[in-house]
Design a protein around this ligand. Structure first.
Ligand SMILES: [Zn+2]
Length: 236
């Protein structure tokens, strides 16, 4: 095998590896973003529970004020009972007192229901806070893991890029240029193996005997007639 094709094969291996690592590295910020937004949405659930609790407590406060007003009114009417002379006035007041009494117990029921719901929401908040605490630890670990992975990938890519430039000078400038040109137009794969059945490893087309012979000799760079990739023969 001549030096030129050996360099191109090695170059191709390195480039595939660098491409793969770069694709992985590109995906990491997106994963990070998703991890963070998943966590944020859990935080939002907690916030809406807190708002729900505030609303219940405000409503309860309002009901308590209503209760106070009605009770005061009822007391006032009860003291008036002693002062009225006419029967119809007495009954009217008594009716009013009964009505207020019903209102008062309805409001009291309402307050009890609100106390129940505020207890429920409070329990949910505590549960959610506990969950978020655990999620926060997981988030921190995941962020560290992803950042570590990114750093490791970047280091490997830097090393491989150095190896690549050391390697590239070992082949003629024109073949490197040809390699780059094909790589660009063929989605990263410029060098393809000539398979045992004499088909091109890049496009699967079976190649004529003359091309096969030339590739096997490896005296010069031979391109696939169909996909224009540089062909190489691994040996018997
Ligand atoms: Zn081909």
């Amino acid at each position: 095998m001549n030096q030129e094709i050996k360099v191109l094969i090695e170059l191709q291996k390195l480039d595939i590896s660098i491409d793969n690592f770069k694709t992985k590295a590109k995906a990491i910020p997106l994963t990070l973003e998703k991890t963070r937004s998943d966590f944020d949405s859990k935080n939002k659930d907690l916030e809406s529970l807190k708002q729900e609790l505030v609303k219940i407590l405000l409503d309860k406060k309002q009901k308590e004020l209503d209760l106070y007003t009605k009770e005061e009114e009822k007391k006032k009417h009860q003291s008036e009972l002693n002062k009225v002379r006419k029967n119809e006035e007495y009954f009217a007041l008594q009716n009013e007192i009964n009505r207020l009494g019903k209102d008062v117990s309805a409001i009291e029921d309402g307050i009890l229901t609100m106390m129940d719901s505020s207890e429920n929401v409070n329990a949910k908040i505590k549960q959610e806070q506990e969950l978020i605490k655990q999620e926060e630890v997981k988030l921190e670990q995941e962020i560290n893991r992803l950042n570590g992975e990114l750093t490791a990938i970047n280091k490997t890519v830097a090393v491989q890029e150095l190896q690549r430039s050391d390697l590239a000078v070992k082949a003629p400038v024109e073949s490197i240029a040809l390699y780059e040109k094909i790589r660009k137009s063929k989605k990263g794969l410029a060098v393809a193996e000539l398979k045992k059945n004499f088909s091109c490893g890049g496009c699967n087309m079976t190649l004529p005997p003359q091309i096969v012979n030339e590739v096997r000799k490896m005296e010069r760079l031979v391109l696939c007639e169909n996909c224009s990739r540089i062909l190489f023969w691994k040996g018997e």
